[in-house]
Design a protein around this ligand. Structure first.
Ligand SMILES: CC(=O)SCCNC(=O)CCNC(=O)[C@H](O)C(C)(C)COP(=O)(O)OP(=O)(O)OC[C@H]1O[C@@H](n2cnc3c(N)ncnc32)[C@H](O)[C@@H]1OP(=O)(O)O
Ligand SMILES: CC(C)C(=O)C(=O)O
Ligand SMILES: [Mg+2]
Length: 535
C-alpha cells in the first residue's frame, strides 16, 4: 500500500470528470457474505472477486480481516490478485482491526481501508456506551492511524440516517480533516425514505467543511424494500458512490442490488445524467455465479436477473411483444447478459404466441386447425404448469401429451455402496406384451437406473441435464426429477414426482423413452397429417 497516492479511488479514471460518474462499491463479499446462508470460503470469494473485477466494479469490499483467519486470507489473496479494482477491507475504529486490515491489504495494487463507527444516539448509548465527543475522537484517531497505511480511507457513520444531522456534519467535517477521502452515510437498518435521503445528502454536502475533498457515498439496506430507491435518491442529491451487492444479498433483508442500481442509471440515463463503469452484459453471469457459489437462488421475479425478468406468458403481452418488443420490455435482455426474451407458453397464452412457437417447431396450420389445437392446448395448460416443446409437438401430431406408455415400470431395485459403484435392476412392461428385465451398474444409483432403462428399452440416451428439487420440506418431501437427454440429435425432456428420488428419476427417464418411441412410431406419418391441414 502506498500512503502517498492522491485520489487513489480514481486511479483508473483517466481524464474523466468525476461528476457524471457514480462509483460502484461492491460489498457482496463483506455485507453480503455476512447474512445467514451466504458464507463463502476463500476459493468462492476469489472466484467472485475476479468476476466482479471483470464486471467493472470500482471498489470491492473483500471482507473484514479481523473477523477470522479465513477472512484475512481471502482479503490478502484478492488484494494480490486484482489489478484494476480497488480492494477494500473493513475495520472497526480499533487499532487492532486497522492494523490487521492494513496487513491484509499490504500486497494490493489499489487498497482502501474502510472504517466504521456508529453515530446515532441509540447506538452511542446502548451499543457503544460512548458520548458524542468520544465518538468524534475515536473516529479521528482511527482515520489518522489508517491514513498512515493508505491514502484511500473511507469512513462510515453507522446508522447515519438516525443520527442528529448537525452531529453528522461535525463528524464528517472532522473525518475530512483527519484524512478520510470517502464519507459514507449508511441507512444501516433500512428505515429511510427517498425524500429523507435527498434531504440528508443535500444538507451534508452543503454544511460539511471541505465537502469537495471527499466523495459522498450511500449504503442502503432493504428492510422496507427501499434500498435501491434510496440509493438512487442519494445519487440524485450528489452522492457519487453507492454501496451495493449482487442480487441484493446482505444483512437481514439485504443491501441495495447492484444490478438494479446500474440498470436504473443506464435505462433512465436521460433522467439521471449519470454513468457507471459497469459492463452491464456481465450482470447476469455474475448473478448466476453468486447463486452457484452460495447455493441461494434468486426469486423468479427478481428485477434484471430473475428467470422471469425477460419472460412473458400472458397472451396479450406476448402479442404485444411479437409486434414490438418495446411494448413490454424497457431493456434488452442482451444488455444484461441474458441470451433472449422468452415467450413461455402456459394457461395465460394466446393464439399468436402458440402459432409462432409451433411454426418454429416446423408445424404450420390453417385457422380451423389452429382453433382445434388452441382448445386442446388450453385444456392441457390448465392441468400442467410447464408446457414444453414436446407437449406442443404431441398436440401438433394429434397425440395426447399426457399419454403414458408404451413402457411402464413393473419393478425397480437399486443398491449403492459407500465410496463404490451402485447397481440397479428394472423390470419393464411394454404395451405389446413384452416384459424385459435388465441390470446395470453405474457411478451412482441414478446412473445405474438410467443405464438399466437404456438397456431394457434399447434406446440410447446421453444425459445432458439432471436436476432433483425438493417440492416441500421434511423427510416425506416430494422430489421433482427433471432430465434432459440427447437422442437422435435432439434434446428430450422428462420429469416426474415422487417421495423417492430414484423412483422419480426412473419415471422421468422412462417418460423420455416413451416420448421417443411414440414419436418414432407416429412421427413422420403423423407429422405429414398435421402439415396436411396447413394452408
Ligand atoms: C453494520 C455492519 O454491518 S458492521 C459489520 C458487522 N460484521 C460483523 O460483525 C462480522 C464480523 N464480526 C466478527 O467476527 C466479530 O464481531 C469480531 C471478531 C469483529 C469481534 O468479536 P468480539 O471481539 O468477540 O466482539 P463482539 O462481536 O461480541 O462485540 C462487538 C464489540 O465491538 C465493539 N464495536 C462495535 N462496533 C465498533 C466500531 N465500529 N468501532 C469500535 N468498536 C466497535 C462493540 O462495542 C463490542 O465491544 P466490546 O467487546 O468491548 O463490548
Ligand atoms: C459497515 C457499515 C457500512 C454497514 O454495513 C452498515 O452500516 O450497514
Ligand atoms: Mg451494511
Amino acid at each position: 500500500m502506498n500512503p502517498e497516492t492522491v485520489n487513489p479511488t480514481d486511479h483508473a479514471e483517466g481524464g474523466d470528470s468525476a461528476e457524471d460518474r457514480v462509483r460502484i462499491f461492491d460489498t457482496t463479499l463483506r455485507d453480503g457474505e455476512q447474512a445467514p446462508g451466504f458464507s463463502m470460503d476463500r476459493r468462492a470469494k476469489l472466484c467472485m472477486a475476479q468476476a466482479l473485477e471483470t464486471l467493472g466494479v470500482d471498489v470491492l469490499e473483500a471482507g473484514f480481516p479481523q473477523a477470522s483467519p479465513d477472512d484475512f486470507a481471502a482479503v490478502d489473496e484478492i488484494a494480490r490478485t486484482l489489478r484494476n479494482t480497488t480492494v477494500c477491507a473493513l475495520a472497526r475504529c480499533q487499532n487492532g482491526d486497522i492494523d490487521t486490515a492494513a496487513r491484509a491489504l499490504e500486497r494490493a495494487h489499489h487498497a482502501r481501508i474502510h472504517l466504521f463507527l456508529s453515530t446515532s444516539p441509540l447506538h452511542r448509548e446502548h451499543k457503544l456506551g460512548m458520548s458524542k465527543s468520544q465518538v468524534l475522537e475515536t473516529a479521528v484517531a482511527s482515520i489518522e492511524r489508517a491514513r498512515k497505511y493508505s491514502a484511500d480511507v473511507e469512513f462510515s457513520a453507522e446508522d447515519a440516517l438516525r443520527t442528529e444531522p448537525d452531529f453528522l456534519v461535525e463528524v464528517f467535517s472532522a473525518a475530512i480533516a483527519a484524512g478520510a477521502t470517502t464519507l459514507n452515510a449508511p441507512d444501516t437498518v433500512g428505515y429511510t425514505t427517498p425524500a429523507e435521503m435527498v434531504e440528508l445528502f443535500t444538507y451534508l454536502r452543503k454544511h460539511v467543511r471541505d465537502a469537495h475533498k471527499a466523495v459522498f457515498s450511500a449504503h442502503c439496506h432493504d428492510d422496507l424494500g427501499m434500498a435501491v430507491a434510496n440509493s438512487l435518491a442519494a445519487v440524485s442529491a450528489g452522492a457519487r458512490q453507492v454501496e451495493c451487492t449482487i442480487n441484493g444479498i446482505g444483512e437481514r433483508a439485504g443491501n441495495a442490488a447492484l444490478e438494479e442500481i446500474v440498470m436504473a442509471l443506464k435505462v433512465r440515463a436521460p433522467h439521471f445524467g449519470l454513468r457507471t463503469n459497469i459492463d452491464t452484459r456481465k450482470l447476469y453471469p455474475t448473478s448466476r455465479l453468486l447463486t452457484q457459489v452460495t447455493g441461494q437462488a434468486v426469486p423468479r421475479n427478481k428485477a434484471v436477473v430473475g428467470e422471469n425478468a425477460f419472460a412473458h406468458e400472458s397472451g396479450i403481452h406476448q402479442h404485444g411483444m411479437l409486434k414490438h418488443r418495446g411494448t413490454y420490455e424497457i431493456m434488452r435482455p442482451q444488455d444484461v447478459g441474458i441470451a433472449e426474451t422468452t415467450l413461455v407458453l402456459g394457461k395465460h397464452s394466446g393464439r399468436h404466441a402458440l402459432r409462432q412457437r409451433l411454426e418454429t417447431l416446423g408445424h404450420t396450420f390453417d385457422e380451423a386447425a389452429m382453433e382445434g389445437i388452441f382448445k386442446r392446448f388450453k385444456t392441457l395448460a390448465d392441468r400442467k404448469r410447464d408446457i414444453r416443446d414436446e407437449d406442443l409437438e404431441a398436440l401438433a401430431l394429434g397425440q395426447d401429451p399426457d399419454a403414458i406408455g408404451p413402457w411402464r415400470i413393473d419393478q425397480l431395485n437399486t443398491t449403492s455402496h459407500l465410496g463404490g459403484s451402485a447397481s440397479a435392476t428394472v423390470k419393464l412392461c411394454h404395451e405389446d406384451g413384452r416384459e424385459i428385465g435388465e441390470a446395470a451398474i453405474g457411478d451412482g444409483p441414478v446412473d445405474a437406473v438410467l443405464r438399466a432403462i437404456e438397456r431394457a428399452t434399447g434406446t440410447d440416451m446421453v444425459l445432458k441435464r439432471f436436476q432433483v428439487r425438493a417440492m416441500s420440506e421434511g423427510g416425506d418431501a416430494q422430489g421433482h426429477a427433471q432430465l434432459t437427454a440427447r437422442h437422435a440429435q435432439r434434446d428430450w425432456n422428462g420429469s416426474s414426482v415422487s417421495t423417492d428420488i430414484i423412483e422419480a428419476t426412473a419415471h422421468a427417464a422412462l417418460a423420455i423413452v416413451n416420448r421417443i418411441e411414440r414419436q418414432v412410431s407416429d412421427g413422420p406419418g403423423a407429422a405429414r397429417t398435421a402439415q396436411g391441414v396447413s394452408a
